[in-house]
Design a protein around this ligand. Sequence first.
Ligand SMILES: NC(=O)c1ccc[n+]([C@@H]2O[C@H](COP(=O)([O-])OP(=O)(O)OC[C@H]3O[C@@H](n4cnc5c(N)ncnc54)[C@H](OP(=O)(O)O)[C@@H]3O)[C@@H](O)[C@H]2O)c1
Length: 241
Amino acid sequence: MPIPSLRDQRVVILGGSSGIGFAVAECAAAEGARVVIGSSRQAKVDTAVAKLGQAASGHPVDVRDEAGLAAFFGAVGAFDHLVFTAGDWGAGVRPGPLASLDLAAAQAAPNVRFWGALAAVKHAQPHISQAGSITLTDGLLAHRPMKGSPLTPAFGGAIEHLVGGLAMDLAPVRVNTVCPGLIMTEVVQEYPPETVTRMTAGQPLPRAGDPAEAAQAYLYLMKAGFTTGQVIVVDGGRMLV
Ligand SMILES: NC(=O)c1ccc[n+]([C@@H]2O[C@H](COP(=O)([O-])OP(=O)(O)OC[C@H]3O[C@@H](n4cnc5c(N)ncnc54)[C@H](OP(=O)(O)O)[C@@H]3O)[C@@H](O)[C@H]2O)c1
């Protein structure tokens, strides 16, 4: 069997204009893949494509807009791997007592990260190679319930269970998720340093991860032809403590 490689593979990354998704785009392009990125803001897409260079292209798409996703994938055409890192950081739901939970806001909260992911898979499916893969994204808080935030683990866990269902449904296309701990993306760079220290203290690797370190899990899942329905945790060992 040839050594798995991303050379000349077409990789579509929704959420690829910044953070973890941009790092996946950079690392995949460095391995010879042709990458297509999408995110909601045209200017962000253009800036990221310019940084990525000739192996990259991109189009604006809002993953909450099903017709827009259908048009996006129609324009992309045939490709090999879908990576979904689009996220809005739980817009709309504030931590607090359950008695004051705004249920309408709670219902809308997973519109990007869960419903957007499912809609993306739905419209990617007709174009993706049968030898290809789909990799979604959740987060370590799926495994760290906290007082005042009962929905956070539910939404992350929903993605972890969705990949099992999709892996059965879409086989032989493989479907997995990456579960990152704290990763030093642009958003996290805005945190006070003492917050990052507090959040990572006690981990076997007591720091935030680099986006390129998180990206390696996505690259692995694209190339790992016998792996499907799985969760790959990239968290500096946070799961252990
Ligand atoms: N960084 C961490 O520590 C960490 C830890 C655990 C889990 N995660 C999760 O991993 C994912 C990526 O995190 P990140 O740090 O890389 O965040 P990020 O830099 O904010 O990246 C999010 C990406 O999603 C895009 N996006 C947002 N809303 C969108 C929409 N409606 N339609 C299409 N694209 C949209 C953004 O671009 P536009 O603004 O142009 O739309 C951007 O490209 C998020 O779901 C986050 O919750 C992150």
